[in-house]
Write a protein that binds this ligand. Structure first.
Ligand code: DAH
Length: 346
């Protein structure tokens, strides 16, 4: 008796369960159904729990039936859940439709960093004047950065460049692009040279609106027979006019660098129409843009040239400084802060 009763109960459970499942119209109601049948106190759980109480003779048959019902209910539940999920997705697409005709999100095209732009401008101007571009190393030896540029150890002029030293004795970060002159001369001697050497330099300085520990320079060097100060002046005047405007006047002041003799500093007259003129030029109207000079005979020899046969001039300028002058930027730190509000203006 008990066996047929138990089997009837199982069959009833199956048909009721399936019938009830049909009435569940969405995911929450399906979950409720699942708890009712398969939860800790659920009817399917109870039916399975009964197995142990069935007389041993019928236990096997009951167990098999119970498992069949369990599988049937589970399969039906999983299928119904899938359908309900799919339906709710469809519903969200109709109530919250996707407008495929909307314009896409704008893609901001990248642009060149102002420091790169000015470097390219400078390179283009010198390319027109017949200069090649030579790249030299940033980690230098003390010998290249100072000694061969006519600054022996303890030379007081070394104080002009606060140096970053490395853990390797004698290896430093170059404080200027001038050591590249020696590398280039040693590669080229005894042939003539007309080249610029752009690149990063490093100085161990307190960072302020006017000085950074990292900045680029563009070095220039020309070597050949009969190169004179007049060539230097002509080259730099041509450069200044292309860079700062065709009416620019160039003024030369004497100066001192260990690697040039004579040494000069070059100023340009600042455009009268610029409202920042007085502040930039401290009321003089003139602004320094670079240092230069005739290559010192000692440097010439160190580079492998005979100073009795050839002469040359060299110059060094700071592109970031040029950019600051051109656009009245008063804080050099802006260049490496990568603030898009600054960078987008160029
Ligand atoms: N190296 C110098 C500096 O960093 C700039 C300079 C001056 C370079 C005169 C030259 C030069 O080639 O002739 O301040």
């Amino acid at each position: 008796m008990a066996d047929s009763n138990a089997t009837d109960e199982l069959n009833a459970l199956a048909s009721q369960g399936l019938a009830k499942l049909q009435t569940c119209i969405d995911e929450p109601s399906l979950r409720l159904w699942n708890t009712e049948y398969f939860g800790d106190t659920g009817s399917m759980k109870a039916a399975l729990g009964k197995i142990g109480k069935i007389p041993p003779a019928e236990r096997k048959a009951y167990g098999q039936d119970a498992n069949r019902v369990k599988t049937a209910l589970e399969t039906a539940y999983t299928a119904a859940l899938e359908i309900a999920k799919e339906a709710s997705l469809q519903l969200s697409l109709t109530t919250d439709p996707l407008d495929v005709t909307l314009p896409g999100r704008p893609i901001a095209p990248g642009r060149l960093h102002p420091a790169t732009q000015i470097l390219r401008d400078i390179q283009a101007i010198f390319a027109d004047l017949g200069f090649q571009v030579y790249r030299s190393r940033e980690v230098e030896t003390d010998e290249m950065n100072f000694e061969l540029l006519n600054m022996p150890p303890h030379h007081p002029a070394r104080d002009m460049w606060d140096t970053f030293f490395t853990t390797v004795p004698g290896q430093i970060l170059r404080t200027h692009t001038s050591p590249g002159q020696i590398h280039l001369m040693r590669e080229m001697a005894p042939n003539p040279i007309r080249a610029i050497l752009p690149g990063m330099c490093y100085r161990n300085e307190a960072i302020s609106t006017r000085s950074e520990i990292q900045f680029s320079q563009v070095e220039g060097i020309v070597i050949g027979e009969g190169v004179t100060m007049a060539d230097l002046k002509g080259t730099l005047t041509a450069f200044a006019r292309r860079m700062f405007g065709p009416d620019r006047q160039v003024r030369i002041r004497s100066s001192y660098f260990p690697f040039t003799e004579p040494s000069i500093e070059v100023d340009i007259d600042w455009p009268k129409e610029d409202p920042n003129r007085d502040r930039l030029t401290k009321g003089t109207g003139w602004l320094e843009i670079l240092g230069a000079g005739m290559v010192h005979p000692t440097v010439m020899r160190n580079g492998g040239y005979d100073p009795d046969k050839v002469t040359g001039f060299a110059f060094g300028m700071g592109p970031q400084r040029m950019l600051m002058l051109k656009h009245a930027i008063d804080d050099i730190r802006l260049f490496w802060q990568n603030d898009l509000r600054f960078l987008r203006q160029f």
